[in-house]
Design a protein around this ligand. Structure first.
Ligand code: ZN
Length: 448
């Protein structure tokens, strides 16, 4: 019995030593037997970024004289013996030689601990113990200290734009952890990857389709919608003017078609630009001017309908257009201010469609006349820089209209001088007077 055991031991020792590369260089103790299969984590990442050292550009390949001896890998190099623990910085190949020409014999995972037994004097690569064998890894990707893994924190507040599922995985096969209701905020870890945003949901990590999250503060005000637009009794004789103070307090980033039957989708409504000096949001300035315009137009005998008289509403650009259409308004005046990346840019302009507009191209002449009259009156009264009428078919709030419409861009809130000016009562009165004069002129021209 005893003899048999000894014989077995001898056989094992003989077998081990004949393998050549097992335990030869490590020197201390018997190496552990090689595990039969590669661990799953090693292979999974190997195809894409396993070759950590390949990204190193300044790596010098060893000269041709150091041809490897395949039966005894690493033998043509000299080593300084070491005995220390190091950590892989990234997915890292373990090779049969202390250079890139060595065969890949395995992988280290990021932060994997490894026993270093020496360093190659010629290439600088480390000699390591790898699954009981001797292997070599690039010195550029082994660290003396365990890397501190920075804990990822969810730091971006995002808002759900619809009732949307939170899933356990970044795809629709992930189980549903819960539902974010419209307008609810959630903390996100970073930008979307493959269309999914990682979020912290009820203290768990979940994933939400990026289509339904926005960084803009978003709140529905279902209590004030298009149906709540106050329509006064219109039994006077003056022309009916619908005034739309552009934008609203909260963005509604849900999409609506850019024109009737169009597949181009645009955000329903936003907050607009912001004053660089006044600090006013555009939706605030627009309403201040619109309210003054209402008074002025009523004083001049017009019948006025306001799309909004408060900020906390939820009325999209299409819905605003439909209010004017349903009333068969004589003119629809949309009050806006502009923003530009160039703070020097200033001046006013109006907007209408092109004659080729697929929805209301046939009404180009009358829209253009209204746009010209308003811009002329406005520029004359305020003395501002007068820009051209901008003809474009990209405006949802024009494409959906059926009655003469213009968008007035009163000035640039990104220009310090113009922004400060538009925030003053004196200039607001001039702007309002100019718009009213433009309207008067428009009706004189169409009803001579
Ligand atoms: Zn605007």
């Amino acid at each position: 019995m005893k003899k048999r055991c000894l014989a077995w031991l001898l056989l094992v020792v003989l077998l081990l030593s004949s393998c050549g590369d097992l335990g030869k260089d490590s020197g201390n103790g018997t190496p552990e037997p090689e595990s039969p299969s590669v661990e799953s984590e090693d292979t999974s990442d190997s195809s894409d970024d396993g070759d950590g050292e390949d990204s190193e550009s300044d790596f010098e390949e060893p000269s041709g004289s150091q041809t490897p001896d395949n039966n005894n890998p690493g033998s043509s190099y000299t080593y300084t013996n070491l005995s220390k623990t190091m950590w892989a910085k990234t997915n890292l190949n373990v090779r049969s030689e202390p250079s890139k020409i060595g065969e890949v014999i395995g992988y280290l995972a990021p932060n994997e601990e490894v026993k270093v037994t020496g360093q190659c004097n010629e290439t600088g690569w480390y000699r390591i113990e790898y699954k009981g064998k001797v292997g070599y890894a690039s010195n550029s990707y082994l660290l003396d200290q365990k890397p501190v893994v920075e804990e990822e924190k969810p730091e971006i507040t995002m808002y759900a734009t619809a009732n949307v599922n939170v899933r356990s995985k970044p795809n629709t096969s992930g189980t549903v952890l819960g539902v974010l209701t419209t307008g609810t905020s959630v903390l996100a870890y970073g930008p979307a990857e493959n269309g999914w945003i990682k979020v912290l949901y009820k203290e768990k990590v979940g994933y939400v389709s990026e289509k339904y999250l926005t960084v803009e503060e978003f709140m529905m005000h279902p209590e004030i919608t298009a149906e709540d637009v106050v329509i006064p009794e219109l039994n006077g004789t003056g022309p009916v003017i619908v005034i739309d103070a552009g934008h609203q307090e909260f963005t509604n980033p849900n999409l609506e078609p850019n024109g009737p039957g169009s597949t181009t989708m645009k955000k329903k409504v936003s907050r607009g630009t912001r004053g660089c000096v006044s600090d006013w949001w555009e939706y605030e300035l627009n309403l201040v001017v619109a309210m003054k315009l209402k008074e002025e137009l009523i004083a001049r005998g017009y019948q006025v309908v306001m799309i909004r008289e408060t900020h906390a509403i939820n009325i999209s650009n299409i819905e605003r257009a439909k209010v004017a259409n349903n009333l068969k308004a004589d003119a629809f005046i949309r009050i806006h201010a502009n923003g530009s990346n160039n703070s020097a840019e200033k001046g006013a302009f109006t907007i209408c469609q092109t004659p080729e507009n697929p929805y209301i191209g046939d009404k180009y002449d009358i829209y253009r006349k209204l746009s010209d009259c308003i811009l002329d009156g406005f520029a004359e009264s305020t003395g501002c820089v007068k820009k051209e009428v901008w003809e474009t078919d990209t405006m949802t709030g024009i494409n959906w209209t059926e009655v003469p419409t213009t968008i007035l861009e009163m000035g640039h809130m990104t220009n310090p001088e113009e922004d400060a000016l538009m925030a003053t009562e004196e200039y607001q009165d001039k702007m309002v007077d100019g718009i009213a004069n433009g309207l008067d002129k428009y009706f004189e021209e169409i009803n001579p």
